[in-house]
Design a protein around this ligand. Structure first.
Ligand SMILES: Nc1nc2c(c(=O)[nH]1)N[C@H]1C(S)=C(S)[C@@H](COP(=O)(O)O)O[C@H]1N2
Ligand SMILES: [Mo]
Length: 290
């Protein structure tokens, strides 16, 4: 990052200083006695930078550009720190098949992703404690609002599709066998109205992610209840989750409750917090503006 102190406005230098400080701590973290704690300290410094950014007066385009640029810089560093934490815990859990990590084919791995043999668990808030009576609703701009009980979804056995999973924090797990119902089938059963262009997928407890109807109709996009031949762990989104292999993992909504068809692109949970609306891992669409 360029440190252009010549034209600095009040407060800008402070933000720059905090970001540089966070970088210094993060860079030293791997060699620290307690790397995770060092990364926490770096997060603390980035939080301060965020707070300063929120307080900065925005009077013209130059201010706006500064705030936007540094907000993105801070988010990106937070992502890197989260990725580093997860890399340390990305071992296969008991009974889980090791995913391949020695793939030399660069076409398999999006830029700046590393392969993990395990399946890190990642979510905000807590998993549901009671999943009895779970259902998935298809609603919004559809001809028939439908509520699918879990047994109705699983009726017929669904299909199994193999796909790779790419988390925006930097890990990828290859060759996941997901079993479920193609999301496109659910949309067809409800009947998408002509104006229905996008979908908000909702998950427990107040999570959501947006995508186009077209993205949800892509091959391999499943409403899935099994992974690698076993019922989906609650940690990984059981009893039922969305799987969207063509997007970063945050679009693969766990504990799926609803697919809501809407008539424009509405940001979901992470998209409201600065993540990319589209989230194509091959184009590295991690944060807004990428
Ligand atoms: N309901 C819900 N779904 C979610 C999330 C969440 O916080 N809540 N996190 C997302 C993110 S960021 C990722 S990378 C994947 C992680 O799935 P995993 O825990 O099975 O690895 O779930 C996605 N789905
Ligand atoms: Mo993620």
């Amino acid at each position: 990052m360029s440190v252009d102190t010549g034209h600095d406005r009040p407060g800008h230098a402070e933000v720059r200083r905090l970001v540089v400080r966070a970088d210094e701590i993060a860079k030293a973290a791997p060699a620290a006695t307690d790397p995770a704690r060092a990364r926490d300290r770096a997060r603390g410094v980035l939080d301060q930078a965020r707070q300063r950014l929120d307080e900065l007066p925005v009077t013209d385009q130059q201010d706006r550009t500064f705030v936007d640029t540094f907000a993105t810089q801070v988010s990106r560093r937070m992502l890197d720190l989260d990725g580093a934490d997860l890399a340390a815990t990305a071992r296969p859990s008991a009974g889980m098949r090791r995913a391949p990590t020695d793939v030399s084919d660069p076409v398999r791995v999006p830029p700046n992703q590393h392969l993990t043999p395990g399946f890190p668990v990642l979510h905000v808030e807590a998993p549901p404690t009671d999943t009895a009576g779970w259902s998935v609703t298809v609603s919004g701009r559809v001809h028939d609002r439908l509520v699918f009980a879990l047994d109705e979804l699983r009726d017929g056995g669904g299909l199994t599709a193999t796909s790779d999973f790419h988390c925006v924090t930097g890990w990828s797990r290859l060759d996941n066998d997901w079993t479920g119902l193609p999301a496109t089938d659910l949309l067809d059963r409800a009947g998408v109205r002509p104006e229905g262009s996008h979908v908000l997928a909702y998950g427990h407890p107040a999570y959501s992610a947006n995508m186009s109807v077209q993205a949800l109709r892509a091959p391999g996009v499943l409403v899935a209840w099994a992974h690698d031949g076993r019922p989906l762990d609650v940690a990984h989104g059981g009893p039922v989750r969305l799987v969207v292999p063509q997007r970063y993992g945050w679009k693969s909504v766990k504990w799926l409750t609803e697919l809501r068809v809407v008539d424009r692109d509405v940001p979901g949970y992470w998209e409201e917090r600065g993540y990319h609306m589209h989230a194509d891992p091959w184009a590295e669409q991690r944060l807004a503006g990428d």
